[in-house]
Design a protein around this ligand. Structure first.
Ligand SMILES: Nc1nc2c(c(=O)[nH]1)N[C@H]1C(S)=C(S)[C@@H](COP(=O)(O)OP(=O)(O)OC[C@H]3O[C@@H](n4cnc5c(=O)[nH]c(N)nc54)[C@H](O)[C@@H]3O)O[C@H]1N2
Ligand SMILES: Nc1nc2c(c(=O)[nH]1)N[C@H]1C(S)=C(S)[C@@H](COP(=O)(O)OP(=O)(O)OC[C@H]3O[C@@H](n4cnc5c(=O)[nH]c(N)nc54)[C@H](O)[C@@H]3O)O[C@H]1N2
Ligand code: SF4
Ligand SMILES: [Mo]
Length: 683
C-alpha cells in the first residue's frame, strides 16, 4: 500500500494572497499542491503558477549540488563541488574581506520567499555579525509603504474580506486577476451584490475587462486624478465634515491644493475624458461604503509616493472609514506581530553602524569604484531569494556589475538564473515543499505555517541552514560565530517568530493558520497610528526628507520626446511571478514569448503587425521581442509584460534593459513604469 500524506503549508511567493496550501505526498514524492479549503481567503483555489509547484520542484534543471565557477565570469559554466569545499572556501573569502573591510560585503535578497525563517532570520544574524553593508530593500513597495505610513502612521488599512460588502470598489493601479486573485474573489462577491467596480490603469488589463468602468490614464498621473476627485467632492460638498474635523490634519491646506485641480486640468494631464473624471467623483461622493484597492503598480514612477499620499487622503473626505467595507487597502503588513529583533538580532552589529546600499541601484552600486562618501568598493555579494540581473532596473549595468572579475559572488538558488550564471559559487536551496517556514501576508491578516512536505531534493539545503553551516565554518576563523544563536534550527526560528505574540504556534501546527485579532474598521473613530492620531494630509516630518509636506503631483522623469515618444510600463505576467516560473514549461507555453503590447495606431505608424519581431529601445539599450496588438495598450503607452530572464530574450535582454535607476520621490524605490522608449520593426 502506498503511504499517502496531506501536508499543510503556505505559499511563499511575493503575492498579497499568501494562500494556505495542502500538498499530497505519496511515498515521499509530492504529487499535487492544492489550496486549503478550510482557509477562507484561499477557499481551496490556487493560481495557475502555484498549481504547478510540483513541476517547478521536480524540474530537470534544478540545481541539486553546490557548483563552482569553471568558465569566465557570467558564462554559467560550473563544476560540482562538495558542500564542505564550497562552504569552507566561501567562509575564508568572506573572512579575509571582513577582516579588512566588512562593508565591502553586501547581502542581496528580496522576496523569492516571503518566509520569516528562509527570508530574514539566520541570514541577517550572519551578516550583522560580519558587519556587512546593510541593504535598503526598496525594489517593490517602499515608495507606497513609506507614503502610506506618512499618512496613516503605518501599513494599515481595510481587511480584505470586507471588500465583499462594499458598494463601490476602485481598483487602482492593480491588475487583481493577475496579481491578487483572492481579493478579486471578494470583489466579485460585491459585484454580485450590486457593487460598482472601477479600474484605474493605463493598460486595459484582464481586471479592467471585468470592471464596470475603466479609466485608462497615462502612467504616473494618479495624483492629478486624485486631486480632481477631491476638487469635485469639495465643490459639490460631498464631504463628511465631522470626520474631517475630528480625524484629519491639514484639511484647509489640502483643500486649497485640491481646488487648483478642476477636472479639466486633470483630464489634460491624465489623458482622460473630463466627464469620466466627473462621473467617478459623483460615484465616489454618493456611494457608501466605498473602498479603494490601491496596489503597488501605480507607485513605480517618480511621483509614486506623493500619488499614494494623495489617494490615501480620499477615504477621509467622505468618511468612508466609518464602515468596515469602506476605506482603502494598500498593505496590511503593519499588523504583523513577528518578533524581528529575536529573529534578526541587529544587536550583533554592536557599536558598528554599517552603511546602507540601495538594492534598486545595484547596477551603479556594483560599478562604483568606492570613495569617501560611498565608502569601500563592493568586493563580495551574497544573493538569495532574488534575481537582480533580471529584475533590477537598467540591467545592462547590473549585468556589467555582476560580471566584474574582482567581485566574489555567491548565489543561493533553485535554478541557474541570470544572476546565478554570474556566480563564483551557486548553492542549491530547498523549495517551500522542503523546509519549515512561517508567513504573514500583506493582503490579509492571517499568519500561516509551512511544514516540509518532502525531503530536500538532491543536496539542497534551506537558506537558514546554509547560513547556519556558513557560520559554523566562520567559527573556525572567528569565535563569535560559535555563539548558540547560530545553532537555532529552522523549526526553532519559526517558533521564535511568534513567541510572545497573540499567535499560538500550537494552533499553527494544528490548523496551519491563525488570525491576528484586530478591529473590523481600523479608523472608524480616527485612531490613526500617526503621531497626531489623525489622518495626516499635511505631514511636517516629510520636510526633513526634502518632500512636500502636502501631497503633490510630480510629473514622470521621462516625458515622451521626439526620439522616445512612447511611455513603457512592464507589469507582471499572469502566469509568472516576477522572474520566477519563467522556466516552467507549462506556464511558459501560456505566456508564449516576450511580448510588447502596442496600440494598433502606434504599430501601424511603424509598419508593425501583430506578431512581428520588433526592437524597443532608448539611450540605455535595446530589447527585441514580438509585437502584440491585443487591444490592451492605449495610444502612446506600450507594455512589456515581465519578467523574463534575459537569456530567454531574443537578443539576450529583457524589459529592464530599458528602465533607469532614478528613484521615487518617497521611499527610494525604482521607477520601472516611468520610462520613455521608441519602437521599430526588427529587420
Ligand atoms: N501573476 C503574478 N502575480 C503577482 C506578481 C507577478 O509577477 N505575477 N508579482 C507580485 C508582486 S512582487 C507584486 S509587488 C504585486 C504587484 O501587484 P499590483 O500592485 O497589483 O501590481 P500589478 O499587478 O503589477 O498591477 C499593476 C497594474 O498597474 C498598472 N499601472 C502601471 N503604471 C501605472 C500608473 O502609473 N498608474 C496606475 N493607476 N496604474 C499603473 C499596470 O498596467 C498594471 O495593470 O503582484 C504580485 N503578484
Ligand atoms: N521591469 C520591471 N521590473 C520589475 C518589476 C516590474 O514590474 N517591472 N517588479 C519589481 C518587483 S515588484 C519586485 S518584488 C522584484 C522581484 O524581484 P525578486 O525578488 O528578485 O523576484 P524573482 O524574480 O521572483 O526572484 C526570486 C528568486 O528567488 C528564488 N527563490 C525562491 N525561493 C527561494 C528560497 O527559498 N531560497 C533561495 N535561495 N532562493 C529562492 C527563485 O528561484 C527566484 O529566482 O522585481 C522588480 N522588477
Ligand atoms: S502566488 Fe498568490 S495566488 Fe498564487 S498560490 Fe501564491 S499566494 Fe496564492
Ligand atoms: Mo513586488
Amino acid at each position: 500500500m502506498p503511504h499517502i500524506a496531506q501536508v499543510r503549508g503556505a505559499c511563499p511567493h511575493d503575492c498579497p494572497d499568501t494562500c494556505a496550501l495542502v500538498t499530497t505526498v505519496v511515498d515521499g514524492t509530492a504529487t499535487k499542491v492544492q489550496g486549503n479549503a478550510e482557509h477562507r481567503h484561499t477557499g481551496g483555489v490556487l493560481c495557475s503558477k502555484v498549481s504547478k509547484y510540483t513541476e517547478r520542484t521536480y524540474h530537470a534543471d534544478r540545481v541539486l549540488q553546490p557548483l563552482k565557477r569553471s568558465g569566465p565570469k557570467g558564462s554559467g559554466q560550473f563544476t560540482p563541488v562538495s558542500w564542505d569545499e564550497a562552504l569552507s572556501d566561501i567562509a575564508q573569502r568572506l573572512h579575509q574581506i571582513a577582516q579588512r573591510q566588512p562593508e565591502a560585503i553586501l547581502p542581496y535578497s528580496y522576496a523569492g520567499t516571503m518566509g520569516q525563517v528562509q527570508g530574514q532570520s539566520m541570514d541577517r544574524r550572519f551578516f550583522h555579525q560580519l558587519g556587512a553593508s546593510l541593504l535598503d530593500r526598496t525594489i517593490c513597495a517602499s515608495a507606497g509603504s513609506e507614503a502610506l505610513a506618512a499618512t496613516y502612521g503605518g501599513k494599515l488599512g481595510m481587511r480584505m474580506e470586507f471588500f465583499a460588502e462594499s458598494r463601490l470598489i476602485l481598483i487602482w493601479g492593480s491588475n487583481s486577476i493577475t496579481s491578487n486573485l483572492h481579493f478579486w474573489r471578494y470583489a466579485q462577491e460585491a459585484k454580485r451584490q450590486g457593487a460598482r467596480l472601477v479600474c484605474i490603469d493605463p493598460r486595459k488589463s484582464e481586471t479592467a475587462d471585468k470592471c464596470h468602468e475603466h479609466l485608462q490614464l497615462l502612467p504616473g498621473t494618479d495624483a492629478a486624478l486624485a486631486f480632481a476627485l477631491m476638487h469635485e467632492l469639495i465643490v459639490n460638498d460631498w464631504l463628511d465634515h465631522d470626520y474631517l474635523a475630528r480625524h484629519t490634519l491639514g484639511w484647509e491646506a489640502l483643500k486649497a491644493r485640491a481646488l487648483q485641480w478642476p477636472p479639466e486640468r486633470a483630464a489634460q494631464v491624465c489623458g482622460l475624458p473630463v466627464e469620466q473624471i466627473r462621473q467617478l467623483a459623483r460615484d465616489y461622493g454618493s456611494s457608501q461604503p466605498a473602498a479603494i484597492r490601491l496596489n503597488y503598480g501605480m507607485q513605480r514612477v517618480r511621483g509614486g509616493g506623493n500619488a499614494v499620499r494623495a489617494i490615501a487622503c480620499l477615504p477621509a473626505l467622505i468618511g468612508a472609514w466609518r464602515h468596515r467595507a469602506g476605506g482603502l487597502l494598500l498593505s496590511s503588513s503593519g499588523v504583523l506581530p513577528f518578533d524581528m529583533a529575536a529573529l534578526q538580532m541587529p544587536r550583533l552589529m554592536g557599536e558598528r553602524r554599517p552603511r546602507t546600499l540601495n538594492m534598486s541601484s545595484i547596477g551603479d552600486v556594483l560599478l562604483h569604484p568606492g570613495d569617501a562618501s560611498f565608502g569601500p568598493k563592493v568586493e563580495a555579494v551574497v544573493v538569495y531569494n532574488s534575481n537582480p540581473v533580471a529584475v533590477a532596473p537598467e540591467s545592462a549595468k547590473v549585468a556589467a556589475g555582476f560580471a566584474r572579475e574582482d567581485l566574489f559572488t555567491v548565489v543561493l538558488e533553485h535554478f541557474l538564473t541570470d544572476t546565478a550564471d554570474h556566480a563564483d559559487y551557486v548553492l542549491p536551496a530547498t523549495t517551500q515543499l522542503e523546509h519549515w517556514d512561517i508567513h504573514g501576508s500583506y493582503g490579509h491578516t492571517d499568519v500561516l505555517l509551512n511544514r516540509p512536505a518532502i525531503a530536500p531534493a538532491g543536496q539542497a539545503r534551506s537558506n537558514a541552514r546554509i547560513f547556519r553551516d556558513l557560520a559554523a565554518q566562520m567559527a573556525k576563523l572567528d569565535p563569535l560565530f560559535a555563539a548558540s544563536h547560530f545553532h537555532d534550527s529552522d523549526e526553532a526560528l519559526a517558533r521564535q517568530a511568534v513567541a510572545h505574540t497573540a499567535i499560538s504556534f500550537e494552533e499553527l501546527l494544528e490548523r496551519g493558520f491563525a488570525t491576528i485579532p484586530l478591529p473590523e474598521a481600523p479608523f472608524a473613530s480616527g485612531g490613526f497610528a500617526t503621531p497626531s492620531g489623525k489622518c495626516e494630509f499635511d505631514n511636517p516630518a516629510l520636510a526633513a526628507l526634502g518632500v512636500s509636506t502636502l501631497p503633490d503631483h510630480l510629473p514622470n522623469y521621462e516625458a515622451p520626446t521626439p526620439d522616445y515618444p512612447l511611455a513603457m510600463i512592464s507589469p507582471p505576467a499572469r502566469n509568472f511571478l516576477n522572474s520566477t516560473f519563467t522556466n516552467v514549461a507549462s506556464l511558459q507555453r501560456m505566456e508564449e514569448r516576450p511580448l510588447l503590447e502596442i496600440h494598433p495606431d502606434d504599430a501601424a505608424a511603424r509598419g508593425i503587425a501583430d506578431g512581428d519581431l520588433l526592437r524597443v529601445f532608448n539611450a540605455r539599450g535595446e530589447h527585441v521581442c514580438h509585437a502584440s496588438l491585443n487591444g490592451r495598450a492605449r495610444q502612446g503607452v506600450v507594455a512589456g509584460l515581465g519578467i523574463w530572464w534575459r537569456k530567454q530574450g531574443a537578443n539576450g535582454t529583457n524589459v529592464n534593459e530599458l528602465t533607469h535607476q532614478q528613484l521615487t520621490d518617497i521611499g527610494r524605490g525604482p521607477c520601472f513604469y516611468d520610462c520613455a522608449v521608441q519602437v521599430a520593426k526588427a529587420l
